[in-house]
Design a protein around this ligand. Structure first.
Ligand SMILES: Nc1ncnc2c1ncn2[C@@H]1O[C@H](COP(=O)(O)OP(=O)(O)OP(=O)(O)O)[C@@H](O)[C@H]1O
Ligand SMILES: O=P(O)(O)OC[C@H]1O[C@H](OP(=O)(O)OP(=O)(O)O)[C@H](O)[C@@H]1O
Ligand SMILES: [Mg+2]
Length: 282
C-alpha cells in the first residue's frame, strides 16, 4: 500500500486535500483524523504537520509527501522534489522597517527573526554575511516592533502582512516556493504505484489549466485555425455534413481561451465553444 504524507494544517492543508480529492482519492471527513486508508486505491494517508513531512519521507517510513518547497529546503532532510503542484505559491524574503537597511550587505551585525532558520542560516553563510538568527514559531513581523530583531525573513505572498506591520522587503527573494510532491532522495523513480499517483496529480493540473475548444471552420482557413489551436499532440479534425467545412477540437490553455476565440472568429471560425476538462491522463 502506498503511504502518503498530507499537511494537516495551515495554508497547504485545504488545497492539498482538494487536489487529492479531484484526483479520485478518498480524503478525511474531519480535521482531527490523523490517518485514513483508501482501500479502493490501495493508499494510506497520514495527516502530519507540514514542517514534519520531509522528515517522515526522508526516514523511508512514508513513500511520498506533499509539503512546501521552502519547508523541504529548510528541513535539510534527505528528500527531493518530484512534482510542483502550483498552489501555495509564495516568495521568501528579508524585510525590515523602511530606512533601516539598503541591501543584504547591511544585514551584517543584525539579528534576523525567522521560522525558517535552515534557509536563512544557509543564505547568510552563502552570502558571507555575519548576522545572528533568532528562531520564532510564527507572526515574526512583530519581532521588529518588540525589539527582538532588526530584520525578519518570512513567507511573502500578497505583502499584506508586511504592510500591516509597517515593514518593507529588502533585496531580491531568497527563494520562491509552492506546494510540491517529495520522496526520499535517490528512491526508485519507476515504482508503478508512485508513477500512477503522479500521473493522477498531473491530470488534475492539466484539467485545471486547460479547456477543450471546439469550433467549425472552412477548409481554406484550417491551417490558420490549427496554428491558433495546435493542441497538445495535434487537433482532431472531423468532416461536417456541409461540404467545405470541418469541425476542430483541441485543448488550449484556459488563460488564453478568450483571446483565441476572438482570433478564431476573426478568421471565420464559427460555433466556437469551450468546455471544462474534469480529469485527464496525458
Ligand atoms: N500566505 C501564504 N501564501 C502562500 N503560501 C503560504 C502562505 N503562508 C504560508 N505559506 C506556505 O505554507 C507552508 C507553511 O505551512 P505552515 O502550515 O507551516 O504555515 P502556515 O501556512 O503559515 O500556517 P499556520 O501559520 O496557520 O500554521 C510553506 O510552504 C509556506 O510557503
Ligand atoms: O504576504 P501575505 O499575503 O500577507 O502572506 C504572508 C504571511 O502569511 C503567513 O502568515 P500566517 O498568517 O500563516 O501566520 P504565521 O506567521 O503565524 O505563520 C506568513 O508567515 C506571512 O506572515
Ligand atoms: Mg503561518
Amino acid at each position: 500500500m502506498l503511504r502518503i504524507a498530507v499537511p494537516n494544517k495551515g495554508s497547504l492543508s485545504g488545497p492539498a486535500a482538494d487536489m487529492l480529492h479531484e484526483a479520485g482519492y478518498q480524503q478525511r471527513r474531519e480535521s482531527k483524523e490523523l490517518r485514513i486508508v483508501d482501500p479502493v486505491n490501495d493508499v494510506e494517508f497520514f495527516y502530519l504537520r507540514p514542517r514534519d513531512i520531509a522528515i517522515y519521507v526522508a526516514s523511508g517510513r512514508l513513500d511520498i509527501g506533499i509539503t512546501g518547497r521552502d519547508l523541504l529546503i529548510d528541513s535539510g532532510a534527505n528528500a527531493e522534489e518530484i512534482l510542483p503542484l502550483g498552489f501555495a505559491r509564495s516568495t521568501f524574503r528579508y524585510a525590515t522597517k523602511p530606512g533601516t537597511i539598503d541591501g543584504p550587505a547591511d544585514l551584517n551585525g543584525k539579528t534576523v527573526a525567522t521560522s525558517y532558520e535552515g534557509i536563512v542560516a544557509k543564505h547568510l553563510a552563502d552570502s558571507g554575511i555575519d548576522a545572528s538568527v533568532v528562531h520564532l514559531d510564527g507572526a515574526v513581523e512583530t519581532a521588529i516592533q518588540l525589539g527582538v530583531a532588526q530584520v525578519i525573513a518570512d513567507v511573502v505572498e500578497t505583502g499584506t502582512s508586511l504592510r500591516n506591520a509597517g515593514l518593507e522587503v529588502v533585496g531580491e527573494p531568497i527563494m520562491t516556493s509552492e506546494a510540491v510532491v517529495i520522496r526520499r532522495t535517490g528512491t526508485d523513480g519507476e515504482e508503478p504505484k508512485v508513477q500512477q499517483f503522479l500521473r493522477r496529480l498531473q491530470g488534475v493540473l492539466v484539467a485545471r489549466t486547460y479547456v477543450m475548444m471546439d469550433y467549425d471552420c472552412r477548409v481554406e482557413q484550417l491551417e490558420k485555425a490549427v496554428a491558433l489551436t495546435p493542441g497538445l499532440e495535434s487537433p482532431t479534425i472531423s468532416p461536417l455534413h456541409n461540404e467545405g467545412w470541418v469541425a476542430v477540437r483541441a485543448m488550449v490553455p484556459a488563460k488564453d481561451a478568450q483571446g483565441i476565440m476572438d482570433d478564431l472568429y476573426d478568421i471565420g471560425a464559427r460555433a466556437i465553444l469551450t468546455t471544462a476538462i474534469h480529469a485527464c491522463r496525458l
